[in-house]
Design a protein around this ligand. Structure first.
Ligand code: TSJ
Length: 191
């Protein structure tokens, strides 16, 4: 019942998906570890969100027994709050919806750069395609989430640039030192 979590499966619900993901990066900015968030509307209809924060921890979560990043994307109501100490700053209800976005996405990929490594985990309709993998080295840190909203759930899968841009202007205005950018790559060639 998607509407229970995102309100609707119409245009508002679709835009809500982006905000649920972006809120996690904003939390990282509010904690003082991230100053740039880039959102890209991709040619294939998907959305990519990049931040330059610390990267979601990839080590085994002590309570759950799986990598923290997997908890974030697979557990209802688990967001960036698995370390309540680190997240005392933002509070509120931000960042609890990543698993909802995952379940409502035909595909979702999370890329994490931290501890010198590039890590990746992929999902389809919320199901992990495999364990998190180290796919290379990285000298930077950050988190990237790329997702394609499920066309079987969202009948109108088109994002409105201005709706997103206006929301990001407000978020950037309210978050000291945070830069947000929205790129529209739709219509750039074939998929
Ligand atoms: F970028 C993004 F929007 F796609 C996205 C960023 C999506 C999600 C679901 C999460 C994040 C995200 C989470 N960016 N940064 C973080 N940070 C953490 O999760 C984090 C990092 C380090 C530590 C630590 O204690 O070392 C703790 C946390 C919670």
């Amino acid at each position: 019942r998607p509407g229970m979590y995102i309100g609707s499966t119409g245009e508002r619900g679709l835009h809500h998906l982006v905000q649920e993901i972006v809120d996690n990066a904003v939390d990282e900015a509010m904690a003082g570890y991230c100053d740039t968030i880039l959102v890209t509307l991709q040619a294939d209809g998907g959305v990519r969100v990049d931040d330059n924060g610390r990267g979601i921890p990839v080590e085994i979560h002590p309570k759950e027994g799986v990598p923290a990043v997997q908890v974030v994307f697979s557990t209802l109501h688990a967001g960036g709050k698995f370390d309540s100490q680190a997240y005392a700053v933002s509070g509120g209800l931000h960042g609890v919806g990543s698993s909802v976005v995952n379940a409502l996405s035909e595909s979702l990929t999370v890329d994490v750069h931290r501890d010198g490594g590039a890590f990746q985990m992929r999902f389809e309709r919320g199901d992990a395609l495999g364990p998190i993998e180290r796919i290379g080295d990285a000298s930077d840190t950050g988190t990237t989430t790329t997702f394609l909203p499920d066309p079987e759930i969202f009948e109108e899968p088109d994002f409105d640039f201005e709706t997103l841009a206006q929301r990001f202007r407000e978020t950037a205005f309210l978050t000291k030192g945070l830069h947000m950018r929205l790129d529209d790559r739709r219509g750039e060639g074939r998929q």
